[in-house]
Design a protein around this ligand. Structure first.
Ligand code: NDP
Length: 421
């Protein structure tokens, strides 16, 4: 195989704090995951405590955790390869071609759920994952590093037109972090698409189920708060996998290369921080009044409705603008030939899907009460992420659509929250 000496792209703007960010984030974020998990298991549950609850190194390593992570990724890979579901095409690539993707994530979730139910019925102690969570997270971080290293090295054999536009700066630290190759594949196995929605996302709800089982072990039955968090997050993950095709038009797949940022995010950050609320409830039980439970369920419902409707509307519009569900919407033309929606959900604010996502995130934290900040970590982090993501997307859209984007911004002045932001 021929090693390709790619010329670094000229004037590529570095994101995430450039070289400094690329050097610090891969150290800081894995430590954050371990710290949050450690705090979550202390009775105090306080994020700022002195001395910090650092686990002894013997609690960070367990060969059983390695076997579980390897077995888990192996199982999800096998389910990815199952010849069920349909095959879908991604958007047109720079060389004019389109890649094909298996859309069977929902099947993978269902098979996983059945396998898990059978194992639990046969006596598998699922709640044990609560005790094993630190070594599991350490192992997931290790896998992300190894995967990112593999991706970085193999990208030098990829043709230049298969590199992400922002990932070929020639700065090894930054390129390793942000990802050089856009769609790395082993045969037809698409590594980025697989990691986006399978091992981490399904792993997240399995960990939630484990926390529920741990609660049952400790207190005899699951609490209302635990049931709500499990149900809300299961709905979110099921929705993502049911609408798996929509991921093919997201920034992660279309624009970003596959490097440490996405590998770590998908395999370690999502499963081990998004479910902190369920883990928090194991040690810090909460009682919810029926009225507050109803209010939180309503909030989650409203958030989900906005999130789903707006994402589906844009996805449908991008796939087939003449479809009857979107053909009546007002649009503006751009120099690229693509049009922008200026009515419907995308005329309400410029990122209605982010608004729905943030409302849901809040609903996932509220069942944990207001005594601790820790269960609010997700909604705080996620709001920051989406504000930053919105700014990145805005920059890319302005570069793509120029004056038409400015017109859109004038017509729809608010970014995420009407009259506020
Ligand atoms: P979006 O789905 O918001 O897509 C942004 C793209 O949509 C733009 O680049 C542009 O692309 C197109 N677009 C923007 N405005 C318009 C318009 N008015 N009319 C038509 N097209 C428009 O991107 P994300 O990938 O950020 O988000 C997808 C979903 O995933 C969101 O709901 C988000 O909240 C969620 N998400 C969740 C995360 C999590 O960790 N839970 C992390 C990140 C995202 P183009 O014009 O080229 O088509």
């Amino acid at each position: 195989m021929k090693l390709n000496k790619h010329k670094p792209a000229q004037h590529t703007e570095m994101e995430f704090g450039g070289t400094l960010g690329a050097a610090c984030i891969p150290v800081f974020l894995p430590l954050t995951v371990l710290y949050l998990l450690s705090v979550c298991r202390t009775p105090g549950g306080a994020l700022l405590q002195w001395p910090p609850p650092l686990p002894h190194s013997t609690f960070l390593w367990d060969p059983v955790a390695v076997a579980i992570i390897v077995g888990w990724i192996g199982l999800q890979s096998a389910l990815y390869l199952l010849p069920v579901g349909k095959e879908s095409e991604g958007l047109v690539l720079r060389d004019g071609s389109k890649l094909k993707y298996p859309i069977n994530g929902f099947h993978a979730l269902c098979v996983t759920a059945v396998l898990l139910a059978v194992c639990v019925c046969l006596g598998m102690p699922l709640g044990y994952l609560f005790d094993l969570v630190l070594p599991l997270a350490v192992c997931a971080v290790g896998v992300s590093y190894l995967l990112a290293l593999y991706l970085y090295i193999r990208s030098f054999w990829a043709p230049a037109n298969q590199l992400a536009l922002g990932g070929n700066t020639g700065n090894p630290l930054y390129d390793f972090f942000i990802g050089r190759e856009l769609n790395p594949r082993i045969g037809s196995f698409d590594l980025k698409f697989f990691c986006e929605l399978r091992p981490g996302l399904i792993g997240w709800v399995v960990l939630n189920a484990a926390m529920l089982m741990k609660e049952v072990e400790l207190r005899g039955s699951p609490s209302l708060a635990m049931l709500m968090i499990n149900s809300f997050q299961l709905l979110y993950v099921t929705d993502a996998l049911w609408n798996e095709e929509a991921v093919l038009t997201t920034m992660d797949i279309v624009h970003d290369g596959f490097g440490f940022m996405l590998a770590f995010g998908d395999l370690a950050w999502v499963p081990f921080t998004y479910g902190l609320q369920a883990m928090f409830l194991v040690i810090h039980p909460q009682t919810l009044s029926p009225l507050s439970a109803l209010g939180i369920i309503l909030l989650n419902g409203v958030g989900y409705y906005i999130f789903r409707k707006s994402n589906s509307q844009k996805n449908q519009f991008r796939r087939d603008p003449t479809h009857k569900s979107v053909a009546h919407l007002e649009t503006i033309a751009t120099a690229t030939g693509k049009r922008l929606l200026v009515s419907g959900w995308w005329g309400f604010v410029r990122h209605p899907n982010y608004l729905g996502d943030i409302l849901m995130a809040l609903a996932w934290s509220l069942p944990c009460g207001v005594s601790h900040i820790l269960p609010y970590f997700y909604v705080i982090y996620f709001s920051v992420l989406l504000v930053h993501r919105e700014a990145r997307d805005e920059r890319q859209c302005r570069a793509k659509y120029g004056l038409a984007w400015d017109t859109y911004c004038r017509r729809v002045p608010y970014r995420i929250i009407p009259y506020i932001y």
